[in-house]
Design a protein around this ligand. Sequence first.
Ligand code: ZN
Ligand code: ZN
Length: 384
Amino acid sequence: MAGWPADWWRRIGDVRYHERCMSEATAAVRSMTPRLERVRARLGEERLDALVLLNAENRRYVTGFTGSAGIAVVLPERSHLIVDFRYVEQAREEAPEFSPVRVSNLLEGLAAFLREAGARRVGFEAETVTVAQLRRLRELAADVELVPLQGLDRMRWRKDPQEIARISRAAQIAAAAFVEILPLVRPGVVERDLALELEYRMRRLGADGAAFDAIVASGPRSALPHGRASGRAIGPGDLVTVDWGAVVQGYHSDSTRTLVVGRASGEQRQLYRLVREAQEAALAGLRPGMTGKEADALARQRIAAAGYGDHFGHGLGHGVGLAVHEGPTLSPREEAVLEPEVVVTVEPGIYLPGWGGVRVEDLVVLREGGAEVFPGAPQELLEV
Ligand code: ZN
Ligand code: ZN
């Protein structure tokens, strides 16, 4: 493919990176005990008799259970997984450190269980439990004090080697699928068809699925930061923003490339260069110990200095893991300090209504020495 760095295929196919990740993963502790102990520590801190996890990602993170419904209950001495009949066997298999409790209705079953366990003060995830669920639970367990806990998902921010290996694999598959569909990007092709093709290729390459509905936004639509792939046919000279990701064993990838159909105009080229420079500044400057706000500024300053500050309306990045959007965020409002082994996106963008937009997004893991970029598609402006 013309215009491509000759070493790209070698880089993306370089299995050494993945081998290293996978061997680190093998050495990682497989047991859920350390995660369970961290949740248990919250019991003491908050003087709770029990803590219930309803959030799907938190539940999976702590128990290993991948089913779509269930409530994990952590008590000081034991832990249980409340499930309905569909999931009893699966819970036994995937979450050996949790005793399955079979119920016919999850909330009713939870209330009965808490009553039986004698739990008086019970913590729950404030960001997950709905008003309706809380109201119902209060009716069912009137004598239980329900304590809202915030930020429980922070336990998922730092990734272990196994998690990093899965994200890396997802990123590798996503990049390879993107390269496969590039020859299909030409005038007349419909955005939705490209998105579908991308998803199909990712699954063929071994992904469990797409991380989210791929964004393919062409021409003036590329000015929409989250423009869903539409029925629009791509035209000559269009900027096309593609934002996509894969899922591997529950872990997501998330990346964006912007390409031009045909030869790029001077303005397109200039804007692309600015966005890439902003991204490079962030990649070079990211360090554990800085706040999400400081990280965001690394790229934002560059874009603002060039006069496009008002056209970079979103944060620089976000955490990625069991959820495609999780903490910490890199944004002007994020006060949280970035720790080593957090996985975040670095995705500056400039959007000019009526003209188009440019965004480049890569995934990194923060190491002591700085940001380590996951394998991704070529970063130069692609003219296809
Ligand atoms: Zn994205
Ligand atoms: Zn993103």
